[in-house]
Design a protein. Structure first.
Length: 353
């Protein structure tokens, strides 16, 4: 059917975010920064105890048990925590709530590509200061008038972590706008900006259960800030969809947060594998900025990244590659188990001479 162009004209058109592939057959999956270990044992217990009769009822719209567990874990009060359906949902609500001045918001040119999509979707103007030649954020670029700032730390896909003082400088130079610090990968990296929330009324820190807590499939994310910003965020969320988080995610997420020891142990294992993987990549001649996340952003001076990507994919080893300016020659490789990484390296060794 030929569509009426007058209908088309008034449709909101967006170039959507393109997530990494989720193949349906078994592969060595190093393409979407998932955790290779299962979630905390308490999650399975919580699932077994779920009473399906309760599915008749709506979930708690405030996700109170989860919010309380997070508040306790981070040593903040419950009115400083907002929970959502993955940090994508939380970030999207933050864009809608905080970026309304009409002035351009700022985020790096090479970063999580969803930021641009939300800005376009909500018609928020934006500017993207360039990372320097070593893929570092230039903090002074964020010291000009703007409508808000979002900085990921560590950045993705570069995996570069900036020390807390660096992030604090950006927050301190932007007292009139909200600064979102996206800490999806912070648990593999270093100090979190959560410790600054009582000092800066413009700061909101966003984290996720998808990486260090091994629960990408349950879709849980959260923001930590001061009670005033959290209240505004909740007002928008309740104006959009009251019941964002389902009962099962709330129950499982709560168990995951409570098990600090398991979280620390698996995170430590991933960091150890990452450090070893860096050595192996170096021996093969790869170059990469120092990774502090659960992935490594690497290029080989003599081999085309697109070709390497295809060669690995043929052997059912999935990594991520973007055919876009400045990063075309890079592969983003998620840190899997030691065994998965060994298989990756043996495939690379067979090809790289
Ligand atoms: N921020 C960054 C920097 C990410 O890489 C991701 C993962 N794709 C997210 C946020 C969103 O993760 P999730 O929605 O699974 O919490």
């Amino acid at each position: 059917m030929e569509m009426n162009p007058r209908i088309i004209k008034n449709i909101r058109k967006v170039d959507p975010y393109v997530p990494g592939e989720q193949p349906q057959h078994r592969v060595i999956k190093l393409n979407t920064n998932e955790n290779p270990y299962p979630p905390a044992p308490g999650v399975e217990r919580a699932l077994r105890e779920i009473d399906t009769d309760r599915f008749r009822l709506y979930p708690d719209p405030s996700a109170n048990v989860l919010v309380s567990a997070l508040a306790e874990h981070y040593g903040v009060s419950t009115d400083q925590v907002f929970a959502g359906v993955g940090s994508d949902d939380v970030l999207s609500m933050c864009f809608l709530t905080f970026f309304n001045s009409g002035k351009p918001i700022l985020f790096p040119d090479i970063t999580y590509s969803f930021y641009k999509v939300w800005a376009e979707l909500y018609r928020i103007p934006y500017e993207c200061p360039k990372l320097d030649e070593n893929f570092r954020i230039v903090k002074e670029d964020y010291y000009r008038e703007n409508g808000g700032v979002i900085v990921p730390n560590p950045n993705a896909p570069t995996a570069i972590y900036e020390e807390l003082g660096f992030v604090e400088d950006i927050i301190a130079h932007n007292p009139d706008v909200v600064v979102i610090v996206d800490e999806a990968y912070i648990d593999f990296a270093g100090r979190s900006a959560v410790e600054l929330i009582d000092r800066y009324d413009n700061l909101i820190v966003v984290q996720t259960f998808s990486k260090a807590r091994s629960m990408a499939g349950m879709r849980i994310g959260y923001a930590i800030s001061n009670p005033a910003l959290i209240r505004y965020l909740n007002d928008v969320k309740y104006s959009f969809n009251s019941y964002t988080m389902n009962q099962t995610s709330i129950a499982c997420g709560t168990e995951a947060v409570k098990d600090r020891a398991y979280f620390e142990k698996t995170t430590e294992k991933i960091v150890e594998t990452r450090e070893w993987a860096k050595e192996e990549l170096r021996k093969l001649g790869f170059e990469f900025p120092d990774s502090r996340a659960n992935f490594i952003f690497a290029r080989h001076p003599r081999y085309d990244a697109g070709e390497l990507f295809e060669i690995l994919k043929k052997q059912d080893i999935y990594v991520r590659h973007w055919d876009s300016k400045r990063i075309r020659q890079y592969l983003r490789i998620t840190v899997g188990t030691r065994e998965e990484m060994e298989q990756l390296f043996s495939a690379l060794k067979a090809y790289i001479r």
